[in-house]
Design a protein around this ligand. Structure first.
Ligand code: GUN
Ligand code: ZN
Length: 429
């Protein structure tokens, strides 16, 4: 008989979107869940589940909040070692810090060391799935998928393609980008819990020929995700305008080459023209909000409220290492602060939903991950809502769950992550 595990605690499940109607009504609390064969097999009261599953191994988390592991749909794992690099805006930041570090990933040993370090750090912070840019080097993709596969993680990744405006050693061509991406896709996509994302870095580092080749590849594998950057900084947008004088706008530099579809993920999307907003919504593309990055690199304030009202598909991401943290809690806090600066604070239920269900929706994986529900893969985090003296003294007089969880969102870090389960296995304690 399969091994069963019964987890007890305050189990948070979303039955709907907290952006539609009263935020708190989208959430339900249970007392326990049962894991069997890596999936959630039962949810309910602790006494009912204990009676129904007497053979299960029991893990009692007391007052901890058990919820889906965090889903981070825009990261650059190769930027782990240069996170928190000082004083530059986007283009200078790429040239000064990012490209020199990414140059090292042709070395498979270095790539493997950083991939494992990155996954250790993110697991400790409660993130169970991420969608990562790799580097130009196929070795960097192999290293990441190999590390994630060994840990049983559901991850998405792709070779970052660039054939101009990048240093020698970090450039491929339209043809080699196509060939190497296709070979990696064929090798890894659908293996265990791994998925491939076609990954042109952003329009300034690809020639029209390379964008066309990426669009053609996506056309051949339309079930794959495609990830890139869009409208992050105003000077970047000016640069795109000068590089693509015939494009209607930044989005058009993707759209005209077949790089705008429902399963495309567009990172940052801060400074959007009305046409761009309309087209992204029409195709139901995914918009990825990277709040710690957008403040750290000085990019701007994402319009969460307006975009949500228009019905966009939105996820929340760290953008490590443009983002200044590996923590999705810290990322939720930054999203809250940006909402405040725009006059629209986000409810804690909305923040937790964005970092789980919302982000899983951007990856088109919300039928498998991002929520605690029957049949979902058992990627879970147990959060201690009193993990430091500062948080505990605020949580101690909270009137309800949302007041209890908000101090952990605003002030929590890896100390709040009491435990992590990946694919039904305990991954961290
Ligand atoms: N635009 C193109 N490449 C990058 C990157 O690595 N990080 C961020 N934040 N923006 C980008
Ligand atoms: Zn990015």
């Amino acid at each position: 008989m399969a091994q069963k595990t019964l987890l007890k605690g305050r189990v948070l499940s979303f039955s709907g979107s907290p952006f539609e109607g009263e935020p708190t009504e989208a959430a339900t609390l249970h007392e326990a869940l049962v894991i069997e064969d890596g999936r959630i097999a039962a949810l309910g009261s602790a006494s009912d589940l204990s009676r129904a599953h007497p053979e299960a191994t029991v893990k009692d988390y007391g007052n901890h909040l058990i919820m889906s592991g965090f889903v981070d749909p825009h990261v650059h794992y190769p930027q782990t070692a240069m996170i928190a690099s000082w004083g530059k805006r986007l283009i200078d930041w790429l040239n000064s810090y990012t490209f020199p570090e990414e140059m090292k990933f042709g070395d498979p040993d270095y790539a493997s060391e950083v991939a494992n370090r990155y996954l250790d750090l993110t697991t400790a912070h409660g993130t169970t799935t991420m969608c990562s840019f790799c580097t130009i080097h196929p070795e960097s993709v192999d290293a990441f998928f190999t590390a994630a596969q060994a840990r049983g993680q559901r991850v998405v990744a792709g070779k970052t393609c660039m054939d101009r405006n990048a240093p020698e050693g970090l450039r491929d061509t339209a043809q080699t980008a196509y060939d190497q991406s296709q070979a990696l896709l064929e090798k890894w996509h659908g293996v265990d819990r791994l998925s491939y994302a076609i990954t042109p870095r952003f329009s300034p580092t690809s020639t029209p020929e390379q964008l066309e080749a990426m669009g053609a590849l996506w056309g051949e594998y339309p079930h794959c995700l495609m990830q890139t950057h869009l409208c992050e900084q105003t000077d970047e947008i000016e640069w795109v305008r000068s590089l693509f004088p015939n494009a209607r706008d930044y989005l058009d530099t993707y759209e005209q080459f077949g790089l705008l579809r429902k399963n495309g993920l567009y990172g940052h999307v801060i400074h959007l023209e009305p046409r761009e907003r309309d087209r992204l919504r029409e195709v139901e593309a995914a918009l990825i909000h990277c709040p710690t990055s957008n403040t750290f690199i000085g990019s701007g304030l994402f319009d969460m409220d307006g975009l949500m009202r228009e019905g966009h598909r939105v996820g929340l991401a760290t953008d490590t290492g443009g983002g200044s943290s590996f923590s999705m809690l810290r990322t939720m806090a930054a999203a809250y602060e940006i909402g405040q600066l725009r006059g629209t604070p986000l409810h804690p239920a909305q923040l937790l939903w964005l970092g789980t269900v919302g982000s899983a929706r951007t990856l088109h994986m919300d039928d498998r991950i991002g929520n605690v529900a029957l049949g979902m893969e058992a990627d879970l985090v147990a959060l201690d809502l009193a993990s430091t003296p500062a948080i505990a003294q605020r949580e101690a007089h909270a009137d309800d769950l949302w007041e209890a969880v908000f101090p952990t969102i605003m002030m929590g870090d890896d100390r709040a992550v009491a435990d992590v389960w990946i694919g039904g296995r305990q991954a961290h304690s």
